[in-house]
Each structure stands twice: as C-alpha cells, then as structure tokens.
Design a protein around this ligand. Structure first.
Ligand code: 5GP
Ligand code: MG
Length: 182
C-alpha cells in the first residue's frame, strides 16, 4: 500500500462500528463525571484529532477545545522517550480549570506523564486523561488513563488519526502495520 513497499497494512484491528461504540461508551462516562461542570478538552496533535472530533460531539457539558503538540517518535516506530511539547493554542488561564487531555494512544507513557505534570504545575483543578487506545505492555512509567477506549497488543497501528510517516491518518478503522513485509 502506498509508494513505500517496505511495509504493509497487515490486518484491521478495530472496525468502524466498534470505534463508534467505544466512543459512545467513553463519552457516556465523561458526561456522567463532568455533569454541570465546565470542561476543557485538550487534544494532542496530530494523532488525536479524529478521535477528539468524534468524542466532543457526544459531550453534553459546556466544553472548550484546545490543542497541544507533542511528539516522541519522529519517523521511527520505537519511542525514544524524548518528548518535545509545544503549545498550539492557549488563550486561557489553566489555574482552577477541569482539564481532560485526549490522545490517540498511550504507549510508554512518557509524553502524557510530562504533559499532565505540566498542567498540574499550572494549578489546574483537575487533570485527567482519555485515550482511544492503550498498549499496556509497553508502559515505561506508571500511568493509567481515567478513560481508556481499548487495550491493544504491542503492535504498531495506524488509522483513525494515527499515522505511519504521516500517511493513513484518514483510515476510518484501526489497522496493524507490519514493517518487515514486502
Ligand atoms: P508515549 O506514550 O510512548 O510517550 O507516546 C505515545 C505517542 O506515540 C502516541 O501519541 C502516538 O503519537 C505514538 N504512538 C505510540 N504507539 C503508536 C502506534 O502504534 N502507532 C502510531 N501511529 N503511533 C504510535
Ligand atoms: Mg501522539
């Protein structure tokens, strides 16, 4: 698939209908927990943009949407643990706010741990995490998301916002990439 023949999309891991039901379940829990509260959802670019856009349309609370950019991957499929965090749009004072960080996948945990610590240092009233996928086996730092869509095995996945060298973010399902296949 694509011009680069050094990898192949191996199999569909999560179908579109399952994605929809995962998102509804997560949104139901978030709606319950933040009932009557103002919520600031912070999407982690770029990977979270598809999941975030589905999720926020199910949220009933008064919600403000912000984005942050962070990357620990470059073009490799193995995390280096080095995290660059860059604010994209912050026109608000974090102190006293209820923040929900939304990301595509929780892997080693380095990126999101750093990000959550940063918001706590800025005195947010609460900082919680919602991830669509979780590769529990890969964790290097102790971090559990309050809201997890689905735990997946240690395989490199694309689609639903997740990329491989910036391709495949637009797939409406989650697929596994096999980097050794011709
Ligand atoms: P970590 O938890 O290791 O600090 O980094 C998580 C980030 O690594 C995710 O937000 C995502 O950008 C990237 N990542 C981790 N696993 C995968 C994967 O299987 N596929 C893709 N496309 N990105 C991944
Ligand atoms: Mg990411």
């Amino acid at each position: 698939m694509g011009a680069d023949k050094s990898y192949a999309l191996e199999k569909v891991l999560i179908r579109e209908d399952e994605i929809k039901s995962i998102v509804k379940t997560l949104a139901g829990r978030i709606n319950e927990d933040y009932k009557g509260k103002k919520l600031i959802i912070i999407g982690v670019l770029k990977g979270a943009f598809v999941f975030l856009s589905d999720l926020v349309r199910e949220i009933k609370s008064d919600v403000q949407i912000e984005f942050i950019k962070a990357s620990s991957y470059g073009s490799k499929t193995i995390s280096t643990g080095e995290v660059n965090t860059e604010y994209v749009s912050f026109s608000f004072d974090v102190a006293g706010t209820n923040l929900l960080i939304v990301d595509d996948i929780l892997d080693t945990g380095h990126t999101l741990t750093r990000m959550m610590d940063m918001f706590r240092e800025k005195n947010a009233a609460s900082v919680e995490l919602c991830v669509f996928l979780d590769k529990v086996e890969r964790r290097q730092v102790p971090l559990t998301a309050k809201y997890t869509g689905k735990v997946i095995p240690d395989e490199f996945v694309v689609g639903y916002g997740l990329d491989f060298n910036e391709s495949h973010r637009n797939l409406p399902y989650i697929a596994v990439v096999n980097t050794s296949k011709q």
